[in-house]
Design a protein around this ligand. Sequence first.
Ligand SMILES: [Zn+2]
Ligand SMILES: [Zn+2]
Ligand SMILES: [Zn+2]
Length: 138
Amino acid sequence: MEDATYFANVLRSRECSVCGTDRKASAVLADPRCTVCGTTLDDGHALLAIAQGAAKAACSMACLEVVLNEGLAGGDSCPACGTPWSAAAPHPRTCRTCAKDLSFDDGYVGVWQGGRLQTFCGVPCLEMHEDRVNPFCG
Ligand SMILES: [Zn+2]
Ligand SMILES: [Zn+2]
Ligand SMILES: [Zn+2]
């Protein structure tokens, strides 16, 4: 069992952090555009909404809310690495703020930072985290 855990950790570092596809790790978004308003995103820092039906990038909290309200469906590719979304199988994740287990079926949100992904159960937990990281905002 120890070996299996070790190799899982080694492999994880090379997998796409959004969809879990092996050897697709990337530090920049494959499609750095806001799904809602079309703004070109900073490819090293974006908000993501992730669920079984789709993963979508957003430029701001307001656009992220729109994505979540519309529902996550019909995603054709991973915004981070471009792999067909139907093949996505991310590792189980927990909310960085409240430590709740996240469900890929129900969906969750994330902050993309240079290839790393921090995940949250919803916008309130994400905002709480961002406020802590950026004490100058508000
Ligand atoms: Zn991916
Ligand atoms: Zn936007
Ligand atoms: Zn949470």
